[in-house]
Design a protein around this ligand. Sequence first.
Ligand code: NDP
Length: 293
Amino acid sequence: MTAEIIDGKAIAQALRHEVARRVQALQAARGVTPGLAVVLVGEDPASEVYVRNKGAQTREAGMASFEHKLPATATQAEVLAIVARLNTDANVHGILVQLPLPPQIDAAAVLRAIDPDKDVDGFHPINVGRLVIGEPCLTPCTPTGCVLLAKTVTPKLAGLEAVVIGRSTIVGKPVAQLLLREDCTVTIAHSRTRDLPAVVRRADLIIAAAGRPLMVRGNWIKPGAIVIDVGINRVAADVAGKTRLVGDVAYDEALQVAGAITPVPGGVGPMTIACLLKNTVDAAERIRQSLAN
Ligand code: NDP
């Protein structure tokens, strides 16, 4: 058997088109243009690339993009002042503070300062709590993308045995909560899990988010399982001095066993920004609705 390859690039593009349609509808019906503000502190090259991509895709979807750049020497008070201003800015419906922040800034305090209704990263404790108790909320982008990708294979995930490898706050825990919301039977595995291959073999749906290159072998995978590989790991390539990206799953082996699998790159990665745009239009619709009530 050769697994279906889940084309994250194409699915993300379709999601961005759907977002663009919703943006047009909101503009036509209410005269509102959803706006996303991104705050970048310092000159981390990877963060600068992310922020540029986010800005370009935000504008492509017809939304307003606001970028606030501060030097690496910025103080916590300066960052909090920008967040406070964005919280009350009626043109801004989503706020994202690009992580990591320089060491003098308390990232948790900054994330807590964001209005939960504009928290398009879904990291505010209020949104984490809402997710756990099953209330509507903004949910973290990469985990949301994982669930959307799995649903392109099987629209109803209810009853599936899901194993999430990794328990971080940004991927493992929220994806487990989202799968619980889809009525999966969820196991969260981590570095202290005993006999990980045996745990993974139970899964109809595997979400691999450990950050360990090629850790999940083909013989860990139940035939026909859906494999969502979140890992992005840079490893040495066959050509001397070159590197390449691989996931947490031994892709070539898994391809022979799984029912469907996401590639790396081109799987989960492209979904993250698409889900950020979706969250921004969701936030704009909700804010608009609560103002109308
Ligand atoms: P973290 O390092 O924060 O968490 C990794 C988790 O994996 C931890 O819970 C850890 O367990 C667990 N883990 C580590 N080693 C093992 C092991 N040998 N067996 C079982 N569990 C293990 O990583 P993130 O959650 O931030 O990211 C995970 C991966 O996803 C990374 O490769 C990252 O680059 C990628 N990523 C991709 C994104 C995308 O857009 N596609 C977005 C975000 C992340 P413990 O808690 O016990 O230490």
